[in-house]
Write a protein that binds this ligand. Structure first.
Ligand code: ZN
Length: 279
């Protein structure tokens, strides 16, 4: 193993991994190093291995039109800025517009520590973060695409859980509106959740869920409108470098031009284009 491997950072980026998952990560990193004819496994190999396991293999051969690349860059830049600005969210670790699996781009956050509890404020901010991509599309293109389908599904899911399971809605109070039924097998729930409320209540719940989601959407739009310049800078950087790390995001949001990132990258060659992230 090379001396630049920061084990604590690998640990931070792999919350919830079992021993076997970590073994797989080390194997994957070793394969990565061997593929590049290295005699030692470097931090960059661990990073690539982790990305592959968490997000699927890179599909560099996939043909993406310039138009789609630009849209993806704006979309990911939108997530990034909302995630950066709102308090209490996990720090941005990496943003990339290299297609992986089914995704054209990804904004990866890295928890500071394993956290098993979600506060209401963090849940609320997560919804806004999830809407960052869609909000950027609206702002730049005045139109929306199917690219945010998964984001919207996740945001709606969080909002519904806030109201129905976690008692986080002031209007509906700390009540559970959903009862799980059916056997649980390997952590998967089979069978449906039963409804424990009237039609009138159902309408109230839908309204409340809509309110939370709508608030997240508007928060994302407001942040991106206020940070329009940063949105352009991050998009430009993504189009040029394909992937940027948390430290670079920090610089760009705080006003550094893309040329400065280029200069820093040129000065730090020799690290193999590796990722330098502030922790
Ligand atoms: Zn998205």
């Amino acid at each position: 193993m090379a001396s630049n491997v920061d084990v604590s950072r690998i640990a931070r980026g792999t919350p919830g991994f079992s021993g076997a998952d970590l073994e797989n990560l080390v194997n994957e990193a070793a394969l990565q190093a061997a593929r590049d004819d290295k005699s030692r496994i470097e931090m960059a190999d661990f990073e690539k291995a982790k990305d592959k396991i968490l997000m699927g293999s890179e599909r560099k051969s996939m043909v993406v039109s310039e138009e789609d690349r630009r849209l993806t860059a704006y979309h990911e830049a939108g997530h990034t800025i909302v995630g950066f600005v709102l308090p209490g969210l996990d720090p941005i670790h990496k943003v990339s517009i290299i297609p992986r699996g089914m995704a054209l781009g990804v904004t990866q956050t890295l928890p500071e520590k394993d956290s098993l509890n979600l506060s209401k404020s963090k849940a609320t901010n997560m919804i806004a973060f999830l809407f960052g991509g869609r909000a950027a599309e609206e702002l730049i293109y005045n139109d929306v695409t199917t690219g945010a389908g998964n984001d919207i599904e996740r945001a709606t899911d969080i909002a519904r859980k806030m109201v129905c399971e976690w008692g986080m809605s002031e209007k509906l109070g700390p009540l559970s509106y959903e009862k799980s039924e059916g056997p649980v097998f390997l952590g998967m729930q089979y069978g449906n959740k039963t409804r424990e409320y009237s039609d009138a209540k159902a309408e109230e719940i839908d309204k409340e869920v809509f309110g939370i989601v709508d608030h997240g959407h508007k928060t994302a739009l407001k942040i991106l409108t206020d940070c329009r310049d940063a949105l352009e800078r991050i998009t430009e950087a993504l189009l040029e470098f394909e992937a940027i790390d948390g430290h670079e995001v920090d610089l760009l949001v705080n006003g550094s031009p893309v040329s400065e990132i280029r200069k820093i990258r040129n000065n730090s060659t020799g690290s193999g284009g590796g990722i330098n992230i502030n922790s």
